[in-house]
Ligand binder design. Structure first.
Ligand SMILES: CC(C)(COP(=O)(O)OP(=O)(O)OC[C@H]1O[C@@H](n2cnc3c(N)ncnc32)[C@H](O)[C@@H]1OP(=O)(O)O)[C@@H](O)C(=O)NCCC(=O)NCCS
Length: 192
């Protein structure tokens, strides 16, 4: 399998609330600053994420470095997928599918996804997931997509289940807050 990124044409997404269309397309190096702003807003909102706002100090250079590292992380198994959702030069969402470099794990893609707090609930998360699934199927060798989601994140779990992901296991007490409150973490996967 070639290590070249598979072509992923841009798609136009029409939000359910009738607002202007959003473009879903591969991330490029020059998107690093806009992606940084988006990640800051997502983490500031806290919902669904493990990282606290104090733990997000990334510069644009750090976001760029991680983008490049992630693209290479699959080694001979092929590049990762990093898509952005963009409108008016602002990033409103992203999906990343990482690959492993071990030969016997080449059929796995690991998903990370987010939607900007001001763009949630209009169907963008579903559109990003669908684009990611389409890409994974087009690679020919990925046969399993998996992800981890906090068990309290009912919206995200409903989305993943509606796309065919199944619950595989629970990491109990995976997240522990300052006040001692624990949250379980759910592993979900889609296979074909
Ligand atoms: C989880 C997340 C990616 C979903 O994206 P989104 O754009 O808000 O979701 P969508 O508008 O595409 O809705 C997808 C599905 O979510 C579910 N959903 C949406 N709003 C819901 C609500 N208020 N309650 C329960 N389920 C809801 C529905 O199943 C919906 O399906 P539908 O298209 O049939 O209506 C997004 O909300 C997000 O980034 N949240 C914060 C970070 C996070 O949780 N990331 C995921 C970590 S695994």
């Amino acid at each position: 399998m070639s290590a070249e990124p598979l072509a992923m044409p841009a798609r136009e997404f029409r939000p359910r609330d009738g607002s202007a269309p959003i473009t879903i397309r591969p991330m490029r190096a020059r998107d690093a600053a806009a992606k940084r702003d988006y990640l800051g807003a997502l983490i500031e909102a806290r919902a669904g994420l493990i990282r606290t706002p104090e733990e997000f100090q990334d510069s644009t250079a750090a976001v760029l470095k991680r983008f490049r590292q992630t693209m290479r992380s699959g080694g001979n198994n092929g590049p990762a997928l990093q898509l952005l959702a963009e409108r008016d030069q602002a990033v409103l969402g992203d999906i990343m599918i990482r690959r492993y470099d071990l030969r016997r794990l080449r059929h796995i893609g690991h998903i990370g996804i987010g939607v900007h707090p001001r763009a949630q609930g209009v169907g963008l998360g579903r559109a990003l997931m669908q684009a990611g699934i389409d890409w994974a199927r087009s690679t020919g060798d990925i046969r399993r997509l998996d992800l981890a989601v906090l068990e309290t994140n009912t919206r995200a779990i409903a989305l993943y289940e509606s796309l065919g992901f199944v619950r595989e296991g629970l990491r109990r007490g995976y997240v522990r807050d300052e006040d001692g409150r624990e949250t379980d973490d759910l592993i979900m996967a889609l296979r074909w």
